[in-house]
Ligand binder design. Structure first.
Ligand code: NAD
Length: 381
């Protein structure tokens, strides 16, 4: 019997979701055997699959059925694949859409912090939009606040406001308010400092303190936490400068922490450094169960063909090991196995280029096999 058991709520969702999550589960079995841990996975419905199932059962149509939410809350971690697809693109008002399941689960699990590692694989440097010499040493952890700021402020539209139209006429006016409380900033920045201590010991706190009051508060809190953590180097970066530095000299960053809207934009910008959507995992953490998922969608254009890249999903498992189970050694072995497979020239079709020999282009399961093989080689005792 394994020394420890973890319960994972697995959410395959739609499109390629079931195909890639199957590889993650096989990986979990391997990790369990190598590290004397048992992972018990329980599939639940979310997204389009949940809409179809609830409708067929005559229950209230939902992209996040109550049973799924209960299972997610009770689990030690949630592993999600992706949701959505053309079948559920009903735009009539009131129609239930798969993405509602995603927003709802993030909210109901109280996830207030999102992590996106940006790691450059040597073997994939050619796929980046930047020249390879700019990518040397790039390894960034983006920590984004997830439940405050502009996206959760007051959104208001006013009609027929005198002077708001063209040439002094009446017109529409819109307001989105941006709010942050000290505790909302503190819990995220503190987390970033703790993460930096386990990495290269450097936090870049991103704000717009020369203009925004929320940013001035953000900076004050960041400085207070920095003074309590003298072993971690902290610097302040204005968001416009940060956007520029991410493409000019990305290797200077270690942990980058910022508020919701800035983080949304900067993490998408930074993801392009890696060159492939199929490689990017993310984690959302909060007061309860954490959720791990690839950054890509359900790729309906390739669903069912057995050619989806399972790496982002497998790297979501790596993050789960690190941040939910404190299994850093196992997480390192998963990351190294992925790197080994890429170094050996194996590719799924999305990663292949003209130089890839045809016999090195693998399907989803074959790529899973290769990563498991490399993981076994790494963990053989
Ligand atoms: P997408 O990420 O699903 O696909 C974009 C492109 O990347 C496609 O050509 C796809 O084939 C390719 N791709 C994505 N993941 C891949 C993988 N693992 N392996 C190989 N190729 C991969 O984005 P989209 O096409 O804009 O959206 C498709 C559906 O996914 C939509 O319904 C959208 O709403 C949904 N979506 C869901 C999430 C989520 O579940 N978190 C995120 C984004 C989009």
């Amino acid at each position: 019997m394994a020394s420890k058991t973890y319960h994972i709520c697995t959410l395959p969702g739609d499109g390629i979701g079931p195909e890639i999550i199957a590889e993650a589960k096989r990986m979990l079995d391997e990790i369990g055997s190598a590290f004397d841990v048992e992972f018990v996975c329980e599939d639940q419905l979310i997204g389009g699959a949940a809409i179809d199932a609830t409708r067929a059962a005559g229950a209230p149509v939902s992209a996040l059925p109550p049973k799924t939410l209960e299972a997610a809350k009770a689990a030690d971690a949630v592993l999600l694949a992706a949701v959505g697809g053309p079948k559920w693109n009903d735009t009539t008002p009131g129609a239930v859409r798969p993405e509602q399941g995603l927003l709802a689960i993030r909210k109901r699990l109280g996830l207030y912090l999102n992590l996106r590692p940006v790691h450059i694989y040597k073997a994939l440097r050619g796929a980046s939009t930047l020249r390879p010499e700019f990518l040397e040493g790039v390894d960034i952890l983006i920590v984004r606040e997830l439940t405050g700021g502009l996206y959760f402020g007051q959104h208001e539209r006013m009609h027929d406001v005198p002077g708001a139209g063209v040439d002094g006429a009446a017109g529409d006016k819109a307001v989105d308010s941006m709010e942050y409380s000290e505790y909302e900033i503190e819990r995220v920045v503190r987390w970033a400092f703790d993460a930096a201590r386990r990495r290269r010991g450097h936090v870049s706190s991103v704000d717009k303190a020369n203009v925004l009051e929320t940013s001035r508060l953000w900076r004050e809190v960041a400085h207070r936490i920095a003074s309590e953590n003298p072993d971690v180097r902290e610097d302040d970066v204005l968001v416009d400068n940060c956007a520029m530095q991410l493409v000019a000299n990305p290797a200077q960053f270690d942990v980058l922490v910022t508020e919701n809207t800035f983080g949304d934009i900067l993490s998408d910008e930074a993801s392009m450094l890696t060159g492939s959507l199929g490689m990017l995992a993310s984690a959302s953490l909060g007061s309860g169960t954490a959720l791990y998922e690839p950054s890509h969608g359900s790729a309906p254009d390739i669903a069912g063909k057995g050619i989806a890249n399972p790496i982002a999903q497998i790297l979501s498992v790596e993050l789960m090991l690190r941040y939910s189970f404190q299994m850093d050694e196992a997480a390192d072995a998963v990351a190294a196995a992925v790197e080994d497979v890429l170094d050996a020239g194996w590719r799924t079709p999305d990663l292949a280029d003209d130089a890839t020999p045809q016999d090195h282009v693998l399907g989803t399961t074959q790529m899973g096999d290769k990563i498991i093989e490399a993981f076994r080689a790494r963990t053989a005792r």
